[in-house]
Write a protein that binds this ligand. Structure first.
Ligand code: HOC
Length: 399
């Protein structure tokens, strides 16, 4: 009998087998030469743990305060589009698994489940992610999210234009999927996926379907699915004024941008390079974290490349409040639906707990750069344990 998956990588292998090649490539792919995918991993691996010994870690607590609540672990499921490609009603499966683990789920603008359906289907905490395509579209989506009970909006700012993803171009992969001969052959090789897909029909961009698109500009923005490349700090200021609840900005890498978010009244920042899907050669969020932590007192969340409990503990030790999961939970989704997502979350929680014990820190909230080895380039102070080759900063504050 086959061994049950032991880690996120094992789920990645299962996802690769379960999905047609072009769908797996969409999930897995990065921008340009895709060096950023490996770089995100290398940057996490370059941060080394430096355990403290002989501390009582018999009772451990992975919980963290995030905004106005305590999470059982510093995790949330981040916004990813087209989740129904990986499993029917994929957004609902992710949201339910997140709720079962007591962590937030972020619904993407380009989800296959609309805001209202999601709100009805989960009793867990959910946030809404906004792409700026057109002011009128943003207004409608924000109005609907608010009416459905959303209290945390996350605006993504690292997609002024769509990233150049050559795997998708090579595969002729477009959304919604169009049937081509290679796609059909690919589908025949993955009959279980194809049967599920045919039974549930073509996943639609559910949030767009319910929009009032009577204006020409809105209609064009929707058909072309083009981002508003003119979205600027002024636009963000207007968005801040229009959204009365918690507002997070996703896709920041520069400390000055994090600071500017704080001065605009943004409630938190997600350091992200969009899982290396936008700009090949972009620095990794774990590299951006020390300087951003130093620049602002805002809660900082991170994503891009997190696959292990050790990765998560490193980010928290460097001053992040939580980690958003993207591909890691999508591998679980593609392999086994909600069960797979739950299992990935359970594994990561176990790994986090084990890492806490190993580094000699009983409570997640007590983690500090003290458990990190100084990088060779730093002045030797553990707070400056930035990955090699980066300018190091003195850690000013931990949120
Ligand atoms: C309207 C088109 O975040 C990804 C997505 C990209 C979204 C494109 C939206 O695949 O990384």
């Amino acid at each position: 009998a086959r061994q049950p998956p032991l880690n996120v990588e094992a789920y990645r292998q299962l996802a690769r087998r379960a999905l047609p090649r072009s769908v797996f490539d969409y999930l897995e792919g990065g921008a340009g030469d895709e060096r950023g995918l490996q770089h995100n991993r290398d940057a996490l691996d370059a941060v080394r743990l430096r355990p403290r010994r002989l501390r009582d870690v018999a009772v451990r607590d992975s919980g963290v305060r995030l905004f106005d609540r305590t999470l059982p672990a510093p995790l949330a499921i981040g916004p990813t589009g087209f989740n129904a490609l990986f499993w029917p009603e994929g957004d609902l499966a992710l949201a339910r698994a997140a709720a079962a683990h007591g962590i937030p789920f972020v619904l993407s603008t380009v989800a296959n489940t609309d805001i209202e359906t999601l709100a009805r289907a989960t009793d867990g905490e959910w946030w809404f992610q906004l792409y700026a395509l057109h002011d009128e579209i943003s207004e409608q989506l924000m109005r609907r999210a608010r009416a459905a009970g959303c209290r945390t909006l996350m605006v993504t700012v690292d997609v002024p234009v769509n990233g150049l993803r050559e795997r998708d171009v090579r595969n002729g992969f477009r959304l919604p999927l169009r049937y081509t001969l290679p796609m059909a052959i690919d589908g025949l090789r993955h009959p279980r996926w194809t049967m599920r897909y045919l039974r549930h029909g073509m996943p639609a961009l559910a949030n767009f379907e319910a929009l009032d698109a009577s204006g020409d500009a809105v209609r064009t923005a929707l058909t072309e699915r083009r981002m508003d490349a003119g979205f600027s700090w002024e636009s963000l200021t207007r968005l801040r004024a229009a959204w009365p609840h918690r507002l997070l900005v996703k896709g920041i890498l520069h400390p000055d941008d994090a600071l500017r978010c704080e001065s605009l009244g943004i409630d938190g920042v997600i350091l992200s390079n969009h899982g290396a899907r936008q700009l090949d050669g972009a620095m990794s969020p774990i590299e951006a974290l020390p300087a951003a932590r130093n620049a602002t007192t805002l809660p900082l969340l991170v994503d891009s490349g997190f696959r292990r409990g050790t990765d998560i503990v490193k980010a928290i030790a460097l001053g992040a409040s939580a980690v958003l999961l993207g591909r890691a939970t999508l591998y679980g989704l593609a392999a086994a639906g909600e069960t797979g997502v739950r299992d990935v979350l359970a594994m990561l929680k176990r790994e986090i707990d084990c890492t806490l014990a190993q580094v000699g820190c009983a409570r997640m909230c007590d983690l500090s750069p003290d458990v990190l080895a100084p990088s060779p380039a730093s002045d030797g102070h553990p707070a400056n344990a930035a990955p090699t080759g980066l300018p190091t900063v003195a850690m000013r504050t931990r949120h």
